[in-house]
Write a protein that binds this ligand. Sequence first.
Ligand code: NDP
Length: 285
Amino acid sequence: MAEIIDGKAIAAEMRQQIAADTQELIGQGITPGLAVVLVGEDPASRVYVSMKEKACDAAGIYSVEHKLAAETSEAELLELVANLNDDEKIDGILVQLPLPEHIDEAQVLEAISPNKDVDGFHPYNVGRLVTGNPVFQSCTPYGVMKMLEHAGVELKGKEVVVVGRSNIVGKPVALMCLAEHATVTICHSRTVDLQQKVAAADVVIAAVGRPEMIKGDWIKKGAVVIDVGVNRVGEKKLVGDVEFVAACENAAAITPVPGGVGPMTITMLLYNTLLSAKRRAGQPG
Ligand code: NDP
């Protein structure tokens, strides 16, 4: 049976350390600060923003929320971002996506100072990741890497198969694994014989968004499985992209859904905000 990689426990341990480091920094006169910008009334976005605020509070990080009406113009939003770029109390700026249709998302993300881009979505930060010299790494893929590290999974020389090629999960996590000297294959909706690719993997990272599409018997004996997918089935049940119970028969270690990658994303947002504040304090990070 597979070892369960417990995202909740890893996140809790990391958040304790983040809170301790935050107190130390506050003692030196620097309070880490995060600004979260929410445009419109999207219910899921509201939940995420309130979770981020609560997590900041618990870690002792100063957070300020800017709730803007859905009709806010792109120019008004860009002006707010410019003000936050100049605000000395703010180390991290997060614009909650998706934005209303009349606003050009790329334009807004590019307006955030790369030095405060704690989501790691600015093209500058994407470029720094590609060239192997990252400044801020995106929260979900970075969370995956921290989980692998905590589980003691050495990536050097391993065959990693990433299923999914989105800008927020698949591509960045593939680059992060490459930086750890894995041999990386990226699969997507046009990949021919996905099963064969997955079956050859020492580490499978699934980020698709299709309930249990990766079957348990595809997983090689002794492989490690990281399931980023979150899929609602029926009223209340959440499942991942991997058929969990069957995959446990073959995997050496696996993340559950829920309680796997999910709790790591906000943890890495706190981590990046603290990192940014440490840099403001002149400490290497
Ligand atoms: P996207 O929809 O942006 O990307 C999905 C990817 O899966 C695409 O690259 C797509 O390929 C690929 N894909 C779709 N169907 C297949 C298929 N049949 N076979 C192989 N590949 C396929 O999703 P995200 O990357 O944003 O999210 C992926 C999952 O991760 C979702 O369930 C999401 O909810 C979850 N997630 C969880 C987070 C967390 O905090 N735990 C954070 C972010 C996401 P193509 O490019 O060819 O279309």
